[in-house]
Design a binder for this molecule. Structure first.
Ligand code: ZN
Length: 83
């Protein structure tokens, strides 16, 4: 995933639409752990993100608020990218 690519995912969870920060690593559709179209769960459906949508998931917001405190210099992992 590009460091600058923004990836939104909109999920219909039992009739409630929320737009999340997408997650492209691992098996979750969003950083807050939504599965999207996992057949074993069944109550979540990923839909096309409406034009002009903004992120409105409180859990994604809380993760973003925590993560943005950190700088790339705080990490010591071989796959880190400049950011
Ligand atoms: Zn979320």
């Amino acid at each position: 995933m590009s460091g600058t690519l923004k990836h939104m995912v909109t999920i219909d969870y039992e009739g409630e639409l929320r737009t999340h920060i997408g997650f492209t690593v691992g098996s979750y559709a969003t950083i807050c752990g939504m599965d999207g179209n996992d057949a074993f769960i069944g109550q979540q459906t990923t839909i096309e993100t409406p034009a002009g949508a903004k992120l409105d998931c409180p859990q994604c917001y809380a993760m973003w608020a925590e993560a943005r405190k950190w700088k790339v210099i705080d990490f010591d992992i071989p796959t880190k990218t400049k950011g």
